[in-house]
Design a protein. Structure first.
Length: 124
């Protein structure tokens, strides 16, 4: 489920280590010749999160966050990101192990509006 960016969600996003973000291989992403790493304007990471804490039945599961560089703010000293959180209880299962495999799965769907979904959620 898509979550509103409440203070708790924003704190969870801020707690994600910078090294935990994985580039999303959109068409047009390129490999850095010096490092061999993928250069992309979108990245995905996840963190454990407890939702519905004000109810009798809080749920702890995975908060998957897709972040995209804000192209309107390219003159900033540090990158400015827009975050798109997604909450799921599904186990970290059959997502492709390698980011380039994910690109092959998503590429046919790019023109169908599904390219804004977080990468680890699968297509269901």
């Amino acid at each position: 489920m898509v979550l509103t960016k409440t203070r708790a969600v924003q704190r969870a996003i801020a707690s994600i280590d910078e090294h935990a973000w994985t580039p999303v291989p959109y068409p047009g992403a390129v490999l850095d010749p010096g490092t061999g790493e993928l250069i992309s304007d979108a990245e995905v990471a996840e963190v454990e999160f407890t939702a519905f804490t004000s109810t009798k039945h809080p749920v702890t599961a995975r908060l998957i966050v897709r972040r995209v560089r804000d192209r309107a703010k390219t003159d900033e000293l540090f990158p400015v990101w827009r975050h798109h959180p997604f909450f799921t209880r599904s186990p970290p299962g059959p997502a492709p192990a390698h980011p380039l495999a994910l690109g092959r799965v998503l590429e046919p769907l790019m023109g169908q509006g599904l390219h804004h979904r977080p990468a680890r959620t699968g297509l269901t």
